[in-house]
Write a protein that binds this ligand. Sequence first.
Ligand SMILES: Nc1ncnc2c1ncn2[C@@H]1O[C@H](COP(=O)(O)OP(=O)(O)O)[C@@H](O)[C@H]1O
Ligand SMILES: [Mg+2]
Length: 329
Amino acid sequence: MVGVVRAVLDDRLIVDLRGDWRLLTKPPFTCVKGNTVEVAASGHVVRVLTDGPLRLADDLDGPEDLGRFRVAPDATLDFNSFFGYEQVVESSRELVALSLNRADELRAIGTRPIKGVLFTGPPGTGKTWLAQILAAKAAATFYVIRGPEIVSKYVGDSEGLLRRIFEDAAKQARALIFFDEIDSVAARRGQGNHDASERLVAQFLTLMDGVDSSQNVLVVAATNRPQDIDQALRRPGRFDWEIAFPLPDENDRLAILEGSAGPMQAETLPHAAVATRTVGWTGAELVAVLQEAALVTVKDGRSMISVADYLIGFERQQRRRSGKERADA
Ligand SMILES: Nc1ncnc2c1ncn2[C@@H]1O[C@H](COP(=O)(O)OP(=O)(O)O)[C@@H](O)[C@H]1O
Ligand SMILES: [Mg+2]
């Protein structure tokens, strides 16, 4: 956790943890009022992160400073950069048509473009990747807000940041606001969350409600834990649409392996055999098999990925996964 020291007492500190004030034991090192500190789950102050309070206002003063949240869409991206998942790609094409790219026509016939879409699915299933592709296809200004970052780094000013992002987006011809890992902020309210998180969700919803149909703003939010999401987000006019990213089935896995090998110099690789042996793997893990294989090839001074390199890539990735599973257990 990250907090700001509000007062130093004889042997105690008062630390503001995202709006939640705590009386903590003074650490053995110097700590003064205003320091931003890291606090362990045990309640111990671990270290001083910065001398002053970390606030958005310190480094974001003018509209141009929103630049770090605004990502230029990569115009070379297309839906065929997303492998497998026919259903997901189909829905995404429809989404671009039903929101940003056809907004004027939709308004002309008296209906409103889609305002919000929830991307749900486990980590590594390509949610962030698809959002980038959507922004590119719609030629939209792309804003990326990361849930964990906004609650930890911008202690105390994340609400101001959100408001300014929505204001800036409203001025663009088209904008896509991508809220990644929204579950880290928008867990169901009234479940012992910090007040500050609750305020942030409430404000986010107000901002979303304030996007009127004359603005070409689409909000996409991604979550690994849809069951934990505040139901208020799903109300009509907010996140009306949901695109689910399940773990890839065998066809998807084959398409991801073939697709990522596509631009590489390689012998004929046994993709089908790997696809059958990777039940439960994510897209990101499958892409990594090819990246590992390419590393083996290059390290060996060759320029074409061999079947042996590919199998080494597969085995390395398999070891990494089982290591991770043990760590998670
Ligand atoms: N279906 C897919 N097609 C192409 N690349 C994929 C796919 N799924 C995952 N990836 C790759 O894995 C990386 C990580 O995926 P990411 O979008 O960050 O997952 P998530 O946001 O769901 O955790 C992406 O940058 C992309 O390179
Ligand atoms: Mg992601």
